[in-house]
Design a protein around this ligand. Structure first.
Ligand code: THU
Length: 163
């Protein structure tokens, strides 16, 4: 017998297209769409791009970089986090846009970060004491805006848990 049923819930915004976004958000998503061209994805042919604006106004990007030894490859989101932390250590990321293009050109719906990237995003939020807003969209079609990356990771494990 359990004593309570706990419920996890979060709200996010859904837009029918990039054209419905505020200009700065549309610009960031466009950057993420464009930077997919820099992805190195000869194995999956799934080209992912991320673009973020930091709280200091800097814009940085990341792409997936694959490897013949598949697990050695890195996702676009974690490439971006590594770049951000190297160029601007401890500066919060205000918003990160994530896009992709795929083999057959059907990138018309949002993708959301993989589990490992969710964990890495969570660490960044903790480290910088600020949530990371996510804009998710393909090359066309619907766009999701998620207020904080950790909303995608219920019961997240953080340094707090090791105290
Ligand atoms: N990938 C990303 O870069 N980000 C995601 O959110 C999903 C997956 C990459 C990893 C791999 O290079 C390819 O996409 C296929 O999984």
């Amino acid at each position: 017998m359990h004593t309570h049923t706990q419920r996890y819930h979060f709200d996010f915004e859904e837009y029918n297209s990039i054209h419905e976004l505020l200009p700065n958000d549309a610009q960031l998503l466009k950057k993420a769409q464009e930077v997919t061209a820099m992805a190195y994805a000869p194995y999956s042919k799934f080209h992912v791009g991320a673009a973020a604006i930091l709280s200091n106004g800097e814009i940085i990007t990341g792409t997936n970089q694959e490897n013949a030894s598949f697990p050695a490859g890195t996702c676009a989101e974690r490439s971006l986090l590594t770049t951000a932390a190297t160029l601007f250590p401890n500066v919060p990321i205000h918003t990160m846009a994530i896009s992709y293009h795929n083999h057959n050109g059907t990138s018309n719906s949002p993708i959301s970060p993989c589990g490992i990237c969710r964990q890495a995003l969570a660490e960044y939020e903790t480290r910088t004491h600020q949530g990371i807003r996510l804009i998710l969209g393909g090359q066309e079609g619907k766009v999701f805006v998620i207020p904080r990356a950790t909303m995608l990771l219920p019961l997240v494990f953080t340094a707090e848990d090791m105290k």
